[in-house]
Design a protein around this ligand. Structure first.
Ligand SMILES: *Cc1c(COP(=O)(O)O)cnc(C)c1O
Length: 434
């Protein structure tokens, strides 16, 4: 490779980074329900030397030297997050929600055992299925039945399935759900056959901590697995929280050495700062998310969209689901919105057969990130109008894009977090290395 060539590749790399930053953070409306942005202080804390280091094992009992500060931070993070979830048993080492699920599923069952999961129509994540982590571990997937009216797990049917299958564990919580799953009822059924209830709170952790979604650990779940970057606006990562000590101990042993070696240490202080911000502002933030989601759903419906869950009040989470089959389909709608700088994902709806993944009937929207940059109900009305222009009037999306960019300019601040300038100053690596 010639020197000129290297220089031009470097320019390309930097170009892509810069363009993506500008596009996704300042020129588009991000409605991907699984994403969020960190606060300025958490961002600064994220870029630390911890990203270079190892700390295998549990805090203060590591296999490596040099870990005294991460030991302190990890214990503190577990304590602070535990206090917010009403438990003193938390694990932050899983580097993602999927890894958290893997560690828990593996500790609760052996290959060949059965697990029952929420039906895909009620939002089960791929990691709960035979196509994902559950299947990779050789654990058998048995679906709980679905209740169309309630858009949820069918409780009576689920109790029967659990009674006859006698699974090692049940998994609730999901990726595409508007209404809370029946944690209490399923926990009673699974406990009566000696199994455990795992609640996967990846999408709703921020809502639970903000007090607008029931804490599964207080309603019968034995274990809670999660991502730390969806409604909870931390760095990408995972966590597990426990109700009983035996499960805590057995899962803790599987995380290392089975599922992580290094656990991406720089996440820990950034996650902890995010947790403190949630302690301070989480309630306000979570309430606004739910107001915004409902408002967006109502406004979309008033523009003529087929919004799911009308009879049940549209949504109790951060999500809104629209059936766009008659307008051109989920793949078409998502692509067209992207051309207008509105970022969503196409999604299977409860009515879709599983084969429809490439062109499902729906799109899924989440309002947590737009809420974080200060948008409220009036902005939801405007976003619904943009959807109307792009998908129903079928206006040229490139024209709508300039409206989106103009609108988006007004929102460059992150809310519900500490003022970075008033916080203790973080010495960045770049202050030390040059
Ligand atoms: C996003 C998600 C996951 C996976 O989380 P990662 O952190 O991306 O591995 C697991 N479970 C549910 C319900 C999810 O929505």
């Amino acid at each position: 490779m010639s020197e000129a060539n290297v220089k031009s590749i470097l320019e390309t790399i930097v170009g892509f980074i810069n363009e993506n930053n500008i596009w996704r953070v300042s020129k588009s409306i991000n409605l991907i329900a699984a994403e969020n942005i960190m606060s300025p202080l958490a961002l600064k804390a994220y870029l630390s030397d911890f990203m270079h280091r190892y700390a295998e094992g549990r805090p203060f009992k590591r296999y490596y030297q040099g870990t005294r500060f991460i030991d302190e931070l990890e214990v503190l993070a577990e304590r602070v997050i535990g206090s917010m979830l009403n438990t003193n048993m938390v694990e932050l080492r899983p580097i993602s929600g999927t890894i958290a699920n893997a560690a828990v599923f593996r500790a609760l069952a052996e290959p060949g055992d059965n697990a029952v999961i929420a039906p895909v129509q009620a939002g089960a994540h791929v990691s709960h299925t035979k196509f994902g982590t559950l299947g990779a571990l050789g654990i058998r997937q048995v679906d709980l039945p679905y209740n169309e009216e309630e858009m949820n797990v069918d409780i009576d049917g689920a109790i029967k399935v659990i009674g006859s299958v006698k699974p090692k564990f049940a998994v609730l919580g999901g990726s595409v759900y508007l209404f809370p799953h029946p944690v209490k009822e399923i926990s009673e059924a699974i406990h009566s056959v000696g199994g455990k209830l795992v609640y996967d709170s990846a999408h709703v952790l921020g809502l639970i901590i903000g007090g607008v979604w029931r804490n599964p650990l207080d309603n019968g779940a034995d274990v809670m697995t999660s991502s730390t970057h969806k409604t909870f606006p931390g760095p990408q990562g995972g966590l597990i929280a426990f109700r009983d000590e035996a499960t805590y101990k057995s899962v803790s042993k599987t995380i290392f050495p089975w599922f992580v070696s290094n656990h991406h240490l720089h996440r820990i202080p950034a996650t902890l700062i995010t947790a403190l911000e949630m302690k301070e502002y989480g309630e306000q933030y979570a309430k606004q998310i739910v107001y915004n989601a409902r408002k967006l759903a109502e406004e979309l419906a008033s523009y003529g969209f087929n919004v799911l869950g009308e009879k049940l009040g549209y949504t109790r989470s951060h999500q809104v689901l629209i059936n766009v089959k008659n307008l051109g389909g989920g793949a078409w709608a998502a692509k067209r919105l992207e051309e207008a700088n509105i970022i969503v994902n196409k999604n299977l709806l409860p009515i879709d057969p599983p084969e429809a993944v490439r062109d499902p009937s729906g799109i899924r929207l989440g309002v947590q990130e737009v809420t974080r940059i200060g948008m409220k109900e009036s902005e939801m009305s405007y976003i619904a109008e943009l959807f109307y222009k792009v998908l129903i009037v079928k206006k040229d999306p490139v024209e709508v894009r300039s409206e989106v960019e103009e609108f988006r300019k007004q929102y460059s601040k992150v809310y519900y977090c500490f003022d970075e300038k008033e916080a203790p100053k973080i010495l960045t690596l770049l202050d030390l290395l040059s």
